[in-house]
Design a protein around this ligand. Structure first.
Ligand code: URA
Length: 237
């Protein structure tokens, strides 16, 4: 965190920490691998508070094949490989499967991330789906009305049929919940497989001109709109 705050290199900051110049919540910390939360922990360097890092909000167009964790024991590429030497530590807002491509928000703003991922806020996420069968309108209606998965029924979804090819159906689906592998499992419940899955929108944010594998900072307007996306949490009783 010290090196990301732009104070000095990793090697230098490690030496300073080893020499006892850093205090976290009143205790001297000498292990540079100690995890700290810059928003909650009281961090003093040479007795002076560190300024909290600037809040960063990125949108990345994740290609298929990349995983959304920091390190992979199996050596698969991660979304951090796409950030290159981006100088701030940001984390993915929710996750996308390895085989899914599309929009992934990354931030160090925990309140913003909480707003997007909190299931009670129902922030809509839209996916472009290629399914391995000629699905009928009745089957798409099942997706719309909700169907039974092993972790409970799905909430109503918005589905827009796009086209049939010889053996596949292309459609867009907007869901307002984010269960593990949800779209894949919904399609499997219809007896088909997902052949391609792309997240094309998160609330009001669409892929637009962003190229695959690239990222950009969100504009202040986009941040504001995303903070308002979804249903407000129910008023306290
Ligand atoms: N639904 C899925 O099945 N996979 C994703 O990555 C996102 C939504």
């Amino acid at each position: 965190m010290l090196s990301k705050a732009g104070i000095a290199s990793r090697t230098e900051t490690r030496e300073w920490i080893a020499r006892g110049r850093l205090k976290v919540n009143g205790k001297t910390v000498r292990d540079p691998e100690t995890w700290v939360n810059p928003e909650r922990d009281k961090i003093l360097f040479d007795g002076k508070p560190l300024r909290p890092p600037k809040k960063m909000h990125l949108v990345l167009y994740k290609p298929k094949g990349y995983i959304t964790s920091y390190k992979d024991p199996d050596g698969r590429p991660t979304v951090y490989d796409l950030l290159g030497d981006f100088p701030h530590y940001v984390v993915p807002v929710g996750r996308l499967d390895q085989d899914t491509s599309g929009l992934l928000l990354m931030t160090n703003d925990t309140e913003f991330a909480e707003h997007i991922t909190n299931p009670a806020h129902h922030v809509p996420k839209t996916y472009l789906v290629k399914a391995s069968a000629l699905l009928t309108e009745e089957q798409l209606d099942q997706l719309r009305h909700g169907l039974e998965l092993k972790d409970g029924p799905t909430r109503p979804a918005t589905v827009k049929f796009l086209r049939h090819s010889a053996r596949a159906t292309f459609f867009e689906i907007t869901i307002r919940e984010g269960r593990n592998r949800q779209v894949r499992r919904m399609v499997e419940a219809l007896g088909a497989q997902v052949l391609k899955l792309v997240r094309i929108a998160i609330g009001p944010l669409r892929i637009g001109a962003l190229n695959i594998g690239r990222y950009r900072a969100l504009t202040p307007d986009e941040i504001r709109l995303l903070r308002r996306a979804g249903a407000p949490p129910p008023a306290a009783a």
